[in-house]
Design a protein around this ligand. Structure first.
Ligand code: DGY
Length: 314
């Protein structure tokens, strides 16, 4: 029997989890309602519904119109879709899904490091299109003894570093504050870029990181450098990255995230020294299922009055 507890579902973040939530609660799907009618749905839930579930990176602001809202269970670790000025002011609690996605995102970062260093995507096209008949593919770069600079050494960065060490990469990092890590610390992004052969961005979104990867940083990385971003697209000035790639100020880039997803600027997609992925860092069957389970468990804890498993402190 379906519980009569009301739950607002903001977007279709993971169909399998949505189906499980449908079996547990009386769900209301915001994305199935025309945008002009959404406020009517929200008003009809006022006083009856106190919880919502949503992708962490994208929350329709109409949810904050729900006067009785007390909890948002976010699917994802990066909570840049949440308007914390509103949640703080209203005492709305928020949970996210950290840790369960560290391995998947770190695996993808390694794949991007390898694919970027050995130019694998272009090598595949070269082989398929018969260019090999005219001569060999240009050499790639080895990883041994190169420096991987990690901008944002948190839990995912640590998981990337553990995977990178067996490839012979040296690890350096920049955070706002030095951590207890033994890796070599740089107190500025520019200094990290200057010391890195591969610069990996794992910065969260939001105003404090907006545009930090800009032309000055790409010039510091230099003409042999590889830039990779698996954090948030808003941390990169995309037009300046495109210029640096076009003018060979850096050798290559690989991106999984963009400022206006799912839109990718043509200035980037027309270049052949960049690998473009459609934000698939955590997109494995197992990881998305584990993220969904954490959403379900946080909702159960909220409704039972138990401590949330992974509450975002803000
Ligand atoms: C997250 O959880 O923030 C990821 O970017 C989603 O893949």
């Amino acid at each position: 029997m379906t519980d009569q507890t009301e739950l607002l579902l903001v977007n279709e973040f993971h169909p399998e989890t949505i189906a499980r939530l449908d079996g547990k609660y009386r769900t209301h799907k915001l994305w199935e309602v025309d945008s002009k009618d959404r406020i009517e749905l929200i008003n009809s839930l006022s006083g009856k519904c106190s919880a919502a579930a949503s992708a962490s990176w994208e929350v329709d602001p109409v949810v904050y119109e729900l006067e009785s809202l007390q909890f948002i269970a976010a699917f994802g670790v990066g909570v840049d879709g949440i308007d914390f000025s509103k949640t703080r002011a209203r005492g709305i609690r928020v949970s996210n899904t950290p840790d369960v996605l560290n391995d998947a995102v770190a695996d993808l970062a390694l794949a991007m490091i390898l694919a970027g260093s050995r130019n694998l995507i272009n090598a595949d096209a070269f082989a398929r299109q018969g260019h090999w008949l005219q001569g060999p593919f240009p050499f790639g770069r080895s990883l041994q003894d190169k420096t991987l600079g990690i901008a944002g050494l948190g839990r995912i960065g640590q998981a990337v570093a553990e995977r990178a060490l067996p490839f012979g990469l040296n690890i350096a990092y920049h955070n706002r504050r030095q951590t207890e890590s033994d890796f070599s610390y740089h107190d500025s992004l520019e200094s990290l870029a200057r010391d890195s052969d591969i610069l990996l961005g794992i910065l969260p979104g939001g105003e404090s990181t907006r545009g930090l990867f800009n032309r000055k940083i790409f010039r510091a990385l230099g003409p042999e450098g590889l830039f990779i971003n698996i954090g948030r697209g808003s941390s990169v000035v995309e037009e300046e990255l495109a210029q640096s790639l076009a003018e060979k100020e850096i050798a290559a880039a690989a991106l999984d995230v963009y400022e206006n997803e799912p839109r990718i600027p043509v200035s980037l997609s027309r270049l052949d020294n960049i690998i473009l992925l459609p934000h698939i860092g955590s997109a494995t069957l197992e990881t998305r299922r584990a993220m969904g389970q954490l959403v379900i468990d946080n909702l159960a804890a909220y409704f039972n009055g138990s401590p949330l498993l992974t509450e975002v402190q803000n």
